[in-house]
Ligand binder design. Structure first.
Ligand code: PLP
Length: 425
């Protein structure tokens, strides 16, 4: 990526190596730009184009233009304070307090330019070299975990991960669990981070598992970071019965992206005041202020509290239906091929495991691409592990949000490619 003319700084050397997230965004961006053609776009994390949702965003923007032009002008014409728009922050505080009784104040909330940016700030705030020259680290207790975290540390040793326990289930399903007994805890761990639902697997940690993780964090004076990019109460892409988690030294992140608004780049951090103050400072240092469009557009839904019902009625059922149809299509296509599906409990992905797959994940990715199906090889999601894990080479992630009508055909093509791999042809 970086040219050799750049001074050899830590950052330029890091960028030269490239990263999984870049390759993923690049492949996806290029394919979308060129027009997918015959390619089945099952890579990337783009949300589905849900007609009622898109219509709502259009109507809100039109309403602002015609009925509240002064709000529109303000949206384009002013820098908001670095913490985010005051009115938006008040609406978020009220929404969570009225719905869950969390007792938040405005000091518990800060807006960022998307969840991804929030993670860059949080990780580099909570991990790295401390005053005594000791490395502070973030622990990912449930690998595989979101690829977008992998390269965010300004120091290469900032992250550590623990492989999940695998439970094989009937009907060709399986599920990852946190291996609580084997977590590599030591005094260097300053924070634990999980996505809930998990990208890439669609796993949803139960309320009990969250309490257990939180208890461990409290005992060891570590923060618990929970990434709700697909979580409750919005976008609510969760198919199991769970509650959002909140407690002492918990940091939650939310995003407008999976509500069909990845273009507005709006993230929401809810956490202890010292964390929110630091993130707010980073907003100012890195970018002066956040983009205003996402906050202005969605403000009415947050102020009225309607955002929760909107997600429950329009977003969750859409993905749940597609998830079931995708599972059926995979089961049918892979009837004679070794394939296990991670229990789909949320998000917009299916995570497939081909036990014993020869040749590795990159080869499979290239063969699938050549056959017309773009997926993400699983190994990218097993970052920060102390040792390589063969299982990583046997998994892929597919996004079923894009075109469910064409999905059965994509599943058949995938099954043909994987069958050939197993047959050595
Ligand atoms: N966290 C998870 C688990 C994600 O899957 C994503 C994007 O796909 C993000 C964070 C970042 O999203 P954004 O920066 O669009 O808010």
């Amino acid at each position: 990526m970086a040219s050799s003319r750049l001074p050899s700084t830590k950052l330029s050397r890091k960028l030269e190596k490239g990263s999984g997230i870049e390759r993923l965004m690049d492949d996806l961006g290029r394919a979308l730009e060129e027009g997918a053609g015959d390619l089945h776009m099952l890579g990337g994390g783009n949300p589905a184009p849900i007609p009622e949702v898109a219509q709502r965003w259009r109507a809100l923007m039109q309403g602002m233009l015609s009925d509240q032009p002064e709000r529109f002008d303000r949206m384009l014409g002013v820098y908001d304070p670095q913490q985010g728009n005051r009115r938006y922050i008040r609406a978020i505080v009220r929404l969570f307090n009225e719905t869950y009784g969390w007792g938040l104040t405005e000091d518990n909330v800060v807006i960022t330019n998307g969840g991804q940016t929030a993670y860059f700030y949080l990780f580099n705030l909570l991990a790295g070299l401390d005053d005594a020259g000791q490395m502070k680290r973030v622990l990912f207790p449930l690998m595989p975990e979101y690829i977008g975290y992998a390269e965010q540390g300004m120091h290469p040793e900032m992250f550590v991960a623990a492989p999940s326990k695998i439970e094989e289930l009937p009907d060709g399903l399986f599920k990852y669990h946190v291996d609580f007994e084997q977590l590599p805890w030591d005094e260097s761990i300053s924070a634990l981070c999980v996505s809930r639902p998990t990208n890439p697997t669609g796993n949803v940690l139960t309320d009990d598992e969250m309490r257990h993780l939180h208890r461990l964090c409290r005992e060891r004076d570590a923060y618990l970071i929970v990434d709700n990019a697909y979580g409750a109460p919005f976008p609510d892409m969760i198919f199991t019965d769970i509650q959002p988690f909140w407690g002492e030294d918990v940091v939650l992140t939310y995003s407008l992206s999976k509500l069909g608004l990845p273009g507005v780049r709006t993230g929401i951090v809810i956490g202890p005041p010292e964390i929110c103050r630091a993130v707010s400072s980073m907003n100012a240092i890195v970018g002066l202020a956040n983009g205003n469009v996402g906050q202005a557009l969605t403000l009415p839904l947050f102020e009225s509290g309607e955002i929760i019902r909107f997600a429950q009625e329009h977003v969750r059922p859409y993905y749940q239906d597609r998830s079931q149809r995708a599972v059926e299509a995979i089961r049918e296509a892979f009837a004679d091929v070794p394939c296990r599906i991670h229990v789909p409990e949320g998000a917009l992905f299916l995570w497939l495991w081909f036990p014993g797959l020869p040749g590795g994940g990159d080869l499979l990715y290239e063969e699938l691409k050549a056959a017309g199906v773009l997926v993400v090889p699983g190994h990218f999601f097993f970052h920060s592990l102390p040792e390589p894990w063969q299982h990583a080479e046997e998994c892929i992630r597919i996004n079923y949000a894009m075109d469910i009508e064409a999905f059965p055909e994509a599943a058949k093509t995938m099954a043909d490619v994987v069958r050939k791999r197993f047959n050595g042809s």
